[in-house]
Design a protein around this ligand. Structure first.
Ligand code: PMP
Length: 463
């Protein structure tokens, strides 16, 4: 690298000066933990923040810096940090033991509540989103007796290999944008046998003609089409409602099932993304969005499909499934906190934040635009709208995005989950004042960034 100092370097220096204790802990940690983090999504240059505590919309790092938080644990905390209602109730529950290896009454009450809310007949709980999407795929394969899954390029469904294909492939390896190759995650390392990837057929998001073409070729072998109804592992890229309707029709035409991975979207609307699109899936996987900070996920579907689960049928188990703390906490969250009124409040704040960013972008004439839906959103540093993974990879200036994040961080705002492919989340504990303060900070940072040299960064596969 040349010796030219960019705005990015300048911000990095301030960030490092403000967070010496985070750096010290992270330096020690990275000696014994790869990259000094326990999830690849948390890698951040020059070092990640090490946090001490959170409350409401705020978090504090180990150096005592306060931040307005829009990461909200990658969208897991729509109830807010340490929501007092939840804390009080969980405290009481903890006294009764953390896990029994038996069901509790709340296993029933929560199951009943979620089935009513999302409109399905049967449900099974797991602990992580990855486990829920894995069960959904197994169910689809068992129900159809077909081996293949169609997934969309850039969509993420968890850490396991069944779906760790076509995540964030390099375009030069990924084939034609309308006929993407099934590129396994982790290349050049072989984390799975090559054949596995072939069972995952990859389609471009938002391109119904391409999906039809791919289904003409593979449709009779496709057990299910799985998707993030709002892809939120490459920012926020909602589909046209027509696209979603057509996907439903195509799935029906080929007798394939439609799976919504609502691990994130389940806390955007009261009934999840099917409420937004008006299109119902056969199987829904929900997770952290409802978990409210507790390890929780679930699969919901018809009785006919769910009765395929069982001994010598579709395997499903897990020591921590429906543990009493998660189940009780999620029950309190869905009954008292993630209500229609409270979610509408998060939408309103999110609209205000989006408007604030849009106005600044216009005033400051920055090459950027805002994509936001319900309580999530992102600033894409691109003039053109992005519609799929290839656009995200090639049209967005991620170097400016990174500098912008650093600028916001050193001014006390975590503007989104700090992976370039994530987004902001607004909780029921964010306030109008938070939004106002964030817009003031953003105005300062956007004006500093405009026209300045920043260090380019490539958008790589984080996972
Ligand atoms: N699906 C989606 C859409 C996700 O965003 C995530 C996590 N980011 C997962 C599945 C996996 O969930 P977990 O990390 O709880 O395994």
């Amino acid at each position: 690298m040349s010796g030219i100092k960019t705005l990015t370097h300048f911000y990095q220096e301030i960030y490092t000066r403000k967070t010496p204790k985070s750096r010290e802990i992270w330096l020690k940690m990275q000696q014994i933990v790869p990259y000094g983090v326990h999830s690849n999504w948390r890698i951040f240059d020059p070092h990640p923040l090490i946090l001490a505590r959170g409350r409401g919309s705020k978090v504090w790092d180990v150096d005592g810096n306060e931040y307005i938080d829009y990461n909200m644990a990658f969208g897991a905390l729509i109830v807010g940090h340490a929501n007092p209602v939840l804390v009080e109730r969980i405290k009481q529950k903890l006294e009764e033991g953390t896990i029994y290896g038996f069901e509790t009454e709340y296993s029933y009450l929560l199951a009943e509540e979620l089935l009513k809310r999302f409109g399905y007949e049967m449900i099974r709980f797991s602990t992580t989103g990855s486990e829920a999407t894995m069960l959904a795929v197994r169910l689809a394969r068992a129900a159809t007796n077909r081996p293949k899954i169609l997934k969309f390029e850039g969509h993420y469904h968890g850490t396991f290999e069944i779906l760790a294909v076509g995540l964030k492939p390099e375009p030069r390896q990924a084939g034609h944008p309308k006929r993407p190759r099934s590129v396994p995650a982790g290349l050049p390392y072989r984390i799975m046998p090559e054949e596995y990837a072939k069972y995952v057929v990859i389609a471009p998001w938002n391109d119904i003609e391409a999906v039809k073409q791919i289904m003409r070729e593979h449709g009779n072998d496709v057990a299910a089409i799985i998707l993030e109804p709002i892809p939120m592992n490459m920012g926020v890229i909602p589909a046209d409602k027509e696209f979603m309707k057509s996907l439903r029709e195509i799935a029906d035409e080929y007798n394939s099932l439609l799976i919504y991975d609502e691990v994130k979207t389940c806390s955007m609307w009261y009934r999840g993304a099917q409420e937004y699109y008006g299109v119902k899936a056969d199987i829904v996987a929900v997770g952290k969005g409802l978990g409210s900070g507790l390890p929780f996920s679930a699969v919901l579907a018809s009785r006919e499909l769910m009765e395929l689960i069982g001994p010598r049928k579709v395997p499903h188990g897990g020591t921590f499934n429906s543990n009493p703390i998660s189940v009780y906490g999620v029950y309190v969250a869905v009954k008292e906190l993630l209500t229609e009124a409270n979610l509408a409040y998060t939408h309103k704040l999110s609209d205000e934040l989006a408007k604030g960013y849009k106005d600044i972008i216009e005033d400051r004439k920055v090459n950027a635009y805002v994509s936001h839906v319900a309580n999530r959103g992102i600033v894409y540093f691109s003039k053109e709208q992005v519609k799929n993974w290839r656009d995200v990879k090639t049209k967005v200036n991620w170097g400016v995005w990174y500098a912008w994040c650093l600028g916001m961080l050193i001014n006390g705002v975590i503007p989104q989950a700090l992976a370039p492919d994530d987004q902001w989340s607004i909780s029921i504990m964010h306030t109008k004042e938070d939004i106002q303060k964030t817009i003031e900070v953003a105005d300062k940072v956007f004006s500093e960034i405009r026209g300045k040299l920043v260090t380019p960064i490539p958008l790589e596969e984080a996972f």
